[in-house]
Design a protein around this ligand. Structure first.
Ligand code: MG
Length: 402
């Protein structure tokens, strides 16, 4: 294979810790094997997992969650990544992406990512295509880290050991007892100092119950835990402003999607009128989306979802956009996907410890992270994302009967 060196001609790197082997002309066998690796297989499967109770937020209800799980193999190493999205993602991955990924250089993930983005032009990136792209990209990065024998957090460049999380659930379908039980589990048993409930029930038509549930949440979690709410776009702007006035004593500090995240003017209007930080961005599909949201002054903290926006490659672009606007980012859902890249994100605020996904990831993967104390810590000694699929559990939820 051709010799590789990162040192440009005439620009010798004299840093003492540089592990470049160009001086003696030899790489270790492991590095040589990794840097010559081609991706041999790309497969995906669709897993549908029922919820543990009926769930709804302000604007949609569901009774199951679908994971599209991708495996990328090179030699004896397999990388895994996933998205939570419709089973239609599988058709994109198998029909459009797999032929482009197989045979590609396992070390050059952004190059392959660029090819996939270009190939998606006629299918349009937002939505199913972007979700499929995300599942593939996260698997490719995981494979690269495993080939090199390093953790994903260290491949990206760790800036912190512990990644703060907030407990997220509090579905509108829960009665008071279930809501209180879940909040106490996070705030008291697991000592997570931030929790979030869903509001905006029935597209904002049950404001009295929203007020009741916010006050209940504050009572359960005590004075020292931060209280977040998420309306999933269920309110009008003025309605959202009135709600925050009515629950002022509950000291809500995070108001997510008070209005539709497509209504940048409405988000900015609410942001200017409430004390809570306004957040949105979970449907962001590319850097242009995030730039428009930030430039509109629509958010105090930008949400990014690597399982929707285009994987880790897109996350790394999005955090730069946010930083350029002086903003922090918060990772939306799929905490075991986000943990490694969050550990490498300087302008990170926190990750969403979302009930559904936490439950699914703990069932499916050995090595799923523990939020006790309010943070998760990717293990630097476990290569890649540190996860091992429990094949027997996955087979149980295989929606395609494979
Ligand atoms: Mg949300």
């Amino acid at each position: 294979m051709p010799h590789r060196s990162d040192t440009s001609p005439g620009r010798a790197d004299t840093s003492p810790d540089r592990r470049d082997t160009s001086l003696d002309g030899e790489h270790s066998p492991a590095v040589v094997a990794a840097t010559s690796a081609r991706i041999e297989h790309l497969t995906c499967r669709v897993l549908t997992i029922p919820t543990d109770a009926p769930e709804a937020d302000g604007t949609i209800a569901w009774d199951s969650t679908t994971m599209v799980l991708v495996a990328a193999r090179s030699g004896e190493k397999t990388g895994i990544g996933w998205t939570y999205g419709p089973s239609a993602c599988a058709a994109i991955i198998r029909g459009l992406y797999a032929p482009l990924v197989v045979g590609s250089d396992a070390m050059s993930v952004p190059r392959t990512w660029g090819r996939l983005v270009k190939a998606s032009r006629n299918d349009t990136r937002p939505g199913v295509v972007g979700y499929a792209l995300s599942a593939v990209d996260t698997a490719l990065w995981d494979l690269k880290a495993r080939l090199l024998g390093v953790s994903l957090a260290d491949l990206f460049g760790r800036v912190r050991d512990d990644v703060p999380v907030y407990g997220s659930g509090g579905f509108t379908t829960y009665d008071d007892a279930r809501t209180a039980e879940q909040l106490a589990h996070w705030a008291i048993e697991q000592r997570i100092p931030r929790v979030k409930i869903k509001i905006g029930e029935s597209w904002g038509n049950r404001m009295e119950r929203d007020v009741h549930r916010i006050q209940l949440a504050r009572k359960v979690i005590g004075e020292d835990t931060q209280l977040f709410v998420d309306a999933n776009g269920g309110y009008t702007a003025k309605q959202a402003i009135r709600l925050m006035r009515d629950v002022r004593d509950a000291r809500v500090t995070w108001f997510e999607e008070p209005v539709s995240s497509d209504d940048l003017h409405g988000l900015a209007l609410v942001r200017g009128m409430v004390e809570a930080d306004v957040a949105a961005g979970e449907y962001g599909s590319d850097v242009g989306y995030f730039e428009r949201m930030c430039a509109a002054g629509a958010v105090d903290c930008l949400q990014v979802d690597a399982t929707r926006a285009g994987g880790y490659t897109a996350w790394l672009q999005a955090i730069g956009v946010a930083a350029g606007h002086g903003l922090q980012v918060s990772g939306h859902c799929a905490p075991n996907v986000h943990a490694p890249v969050a550990a490498a994100t300087a302008n990170l605020r926190h990750l969403e410890w979302f009930h559904d996904h936490v439950r699914i990831e703990a069932m499916l993967f050995e090595g799923a992270l523990d939020p006790t104390g309010g943070a998760i810590t990717p293990d630097p000694l476990r290569p890649g994302n540190g996860l091992t699929l429990r094949e027997d559990v996955a087979a149980h939820y295989d929606a395609e009967g494979a």
